[in-house]
Design a protein around this ligand. Sequence first.
Ligand code: UDP
Length: 313
Amino acid sequence: MVINLITGCAGFIGTNLSLYLLRKGERVLGIDNFSSGLKKNVEMLKTYKNFEFKELDVSKKFVLNERRISKIFHLASMASPKYYQKFPLETLKTNFIGTMNLLEIAKKTGSIFIFSSTSEIYGDPAVHPQKETYWGNVNPIGLRACYDEGKRVAETLSFEYYRLHKVKIKVARIFNTFGEYMSKDDGRVVSNFIIQALKNDNITVYGDGSQTRSFCYVADLVDGILKLSETDDQFTGPVNLGSDTELKILDLAKIILKLTGSKSKIIFKSLPFDDPVKRRPDLTLARKVLNYKNSFSLEDGLSRTIDYFKGEI
Ligand code: UDP
């Protein structure tokens, strides 16, 4: 049976993707160094017989003797601002050296290389909504640069391996996503607000809450990533994946208050530096090439995520 290699399998999206493939009966070789991923996610994945795990850091030298890898889903990287700003050099190394190491494996094994890039490569966008043809507005020396520029150089590496070595690359630019197996303390807005609401703690809106994001439920994102992995070899992307239902962060807080029936109060804290003002993907390409759909409404996805976090606290 062919093998799906998933780096960052202990992380939020890695766990969901692994779980989906394992439930379909496919084989998954998962890699993680637990820099931000959770050991308990891997313990859960290990209950599936087709799952194998290796604890390793993709940015260090490593050998995989496995020749039957058919797809590499490269998801390893700290992804929440709280983590990557605490570990900027590790984040840069994972995205540069780690991506190069995995592209070398793709080159040797002839496998398809699916890279999880990010909406952060658009920075604080001057074009709205963001199309794949937009080159972005990134501060190269700011606090987010380790992640944004790390992902940008990883995209560059992917395209050089495609041009020089004919590696079958596919680049997904992932916009804000939420759902089961998110870490409850990684500081991201959906997990923060849900945990705060469930505990009746204050809901911490940064700035005045007028900044926007577009939130995608993880099952839709996983579906998009898999559809991307099944496209013709000529299709490299980059392709945006996420949801184009844009809303203000303050409105997200209000929806979560309503769905949880919480008594929490909304409080306002200072806005982090370089926090993008707005973000919404143009999903035309994904819809056309992948037949990508958002099957879950924001409320439906949030309700499922709230149920998950109820079991976590
Ligand atoms: N945010 C917030 N309160 C929180 C956490 C985040 O208001 O407790 C805001 C944050 O400033 C940003 C948005 O929510 O404008 C999304 O933040 P997140 O860290 O989830 O992801 P980002 O899109 O910024 O990478």
